[in-house]
Design a protein around this ligand. Structure first.
Ligand code: ATP
Length: 238
């Protein structure tokens, strides 16, 4: 469903990704782990179009998308819930969710009715967002904002969702809740690429995982394989 091949990208003259390749099969959850600064966020940005790759291919559901604008890639079925959540603070929870559907549904009469089914689905997944539908998003707790970011990404009915460090800055009990949600999304058949600092938790939910070091994939395998790998244990699971 998502195929990334020999991806190169960076900021100005400094190259961060130097030939990263990975594959996310339909209906699977793939984890991308690695040390701070390894290039995980940069990989996600280069896939979703926030950053233009200088070389390499990104194939989404059979179509090459590298070099296209982020909005175009989103319409083709890629949703990106970025690191730091990036909800629009002054807007209500519901308006933030509706923003997620804008790329997919024309904003004519009837938009609201058409988006209603998706809103209900998100509210069923996150009842706390239903209770706070009219509340300004900036006043939500960190965990609720993370749920909102995931909910907004779901509103686009993506073929593939990129989730960047959903546990960042959250209390342990909320992190558990976020991981339960991720597990549920996977059970519902969503295809997911997850970047996560908690390698152990990521390996518990993933079907397959990649370890990134200095802009490339250093090790890959099933969670069982990586959990036996001495190098992975020493660096990320110890
Ligand atoms: P972390 O877990 O700390 O977020 P990461 O693996 O996601 O790490 P990236 O955020 O992709 O790593 O960063 C990779 C490198 O790119 C780092 O050296 C970082 O300083 C650099 N970098 C990231 N964003 C920018 C930017 N906007 N401008 C310049 N350099 C950047």
């Amino acid at each position: 469903m998502l195929h990334v091949e020999n991806l190169h990208a960076g900021y100005g003259a400094s190259e961060v990704l130097s030939g990263a390749s990975l594959e996310v099969k339909q209906g699977t959850l793939v984890a991308l782990i690695g040390a701070n600064g390894a290039g995980k966020t940069t990989t996600m940005r280069a896939i979703s179009g926030g950053l233009k790759p200088s070389r390499g291919r990104v194939v989404l559901a059979g179509q090459e998308v590298q070099g296209l604008d982020a909005s175009r890639i989103a319409r083709l079925g890629l949703a990106h819930a970025p690191e730091g959540r990036k909800v629009f603070g002054p807007l209500s929870v519901e308006d933030n969710l509706l923003l997620g559907a804008y790329g997919r549904l024309p904003r004519f009469f009837g938009f609201r009715t058409k988006a209603q089914t998706d809103l209900e689905r998100v509210y069923d997944l996150f009842p706390r967002l239903r209770d706070r539908a009219k509340q300004a998003s900036g006043t939500l707790s960190g965990g609720e904002q993370q749920m909102l970011a995931i909910g907004r990404a779901l509103m686009a009915r993506p073929k593939v969702m990129l989730l960047d460090e959903p546990s960042m800055g959250l209390a342990p009990v909320i992190v558990q809740e976020v991981f339960r949600t991720i597990r549920r999304l996977k059970e519902e058949g969503l295809t997911l690429l997850l970047v996560e600092q908690f390698a152990k938790s990521a390996l518990e939910v993933a079907d397959y995982a990649y370890v990134m070091e200095r802009g490339r994939i250093a090790v890959e395998g099933t969670p069982a394989e990586l959990s036996r790998n001495e190098r992975v244990i020493a660096a990320y699971l110890g």
